[in-house]
Design a protein around this ligand. Structure first.
Ligand code: AP5
Ligand code: ZN
Length: 220
């Protein structure tokens, strides 16, 4: 399956993507995680991305699309993938369509995670991520690690993301509404959007997502 996950910052895209990718046996491709890996390895791309991310703005399309394309061309993505955080504006969505068309492929579904602003702000405020791998995500009250400050998965140190400060979160939400939400209409026109509520326990949301994807698959 080829799936795009969309939703506001803090909706639980990363949390759900990890679980869905495992259940569906497809790789989880997160442009946010790819940028954070570049930042921790201090690459040129990481330095460039950090300046945009810390301000809550989108990293320029040219570098983002090239990075996503490169990742989607890896052998593990041949039979499908779950995109988390990409595309994030209409021009990235058009670029993705072009890439897929060139390979004679198409998307199966766009899963839209809906969550109210008050909830996502609470989720972001309590989020802690792993220094070794930013896809290892915890929450101080909703999903705390067994040992405070230590990643359950790999033992890495947990910390708060630089872009999770109050001001930056406000800007990220604004960018989501103005630049990312329009891709939902773009994909609705292609009949690909399935919307679910991202409110509730993590497992409950995963169940809802799997059911919605199955319904979408059966309907084709
Ligand atoms: P990115 O890393 O993609 O961040 P985001 O979209 O803002 O989303 P988040 O990672 O904040 O939230 P999430 O929805 O994954 O929630 P999570 O599962 O962690 O992007 C960061 C930046 O990179 C961008 O601002 C931009 O600068 C740049 N970038 C990335 N992609 C780009 C692109 N394509 N183009 C240009 N720039 C790009 O959950 C949040 C918290 O809630 C966690 O603590 C979790 O434990 C908890 N939680 C999750 N589910 C539940 C639940 N059901 N109940 C209670 N708590 C829950
Ligand atoms: Zn870890």
């Amino acid at each position: 399956m080829r799936i795009v996950l969309v939703g506001p910052p803090g909706a639980g895209k990363g949390t759900q993507a990890t679980r869905l990718a495992e259940k569906l046996s497809i790789p989880h491709i997160s442009t946010g995680d790819l940028f954070r890996a570049n930042i921790s390895q201090q690459t040129e791309l990481g330095k460039l991305a950090k300046s945009y991310m810390d301000a809550g703005n989108l990293v320029p399309d040219e570098v983002t699309i090239a990075m996503a394309k490169d990742r989607m061309e890896q052998p593990d993505a041949e039979n499908g993938f779950l995109l988390d955080g990409f595309p994030r504006n209409v021009s990235q969505a058009e670029a993705l369509d072009e890439l897929l068309t060139a390979e004679d492929m198409e998307l199966d579904a766009v899963l839209d995670l809906e969550a109210p602003e008050g909830e996502v702000v609470k989720r972001i405020a309590g989020r802690r991520i792993c220094r070794k791998d930013s896809s290892h995500v915890f929450h101080v009250t909703y999903g705390p690690p067994k040992q405070e400050g230590v990643c359950d998965t790999c033992g890495g140190e947990l910390y708060q993301r630089d872009d999770d400060s109050e001001d930056t979160v406000r800007r990220r939400l604004e960018v989501y509404h103005t630049q990312t939400e329009p891709i939902i209409d773009y994909y609705k026109a292609q009949g690909l959007v399935v919307t679910i509520s991202a409110v509730g326990a993590v497992d409950e949301v995963t169940g809802r997502a799997l059911e919605a994807l199955k319904r979408e698959g059966d309907g084709k």
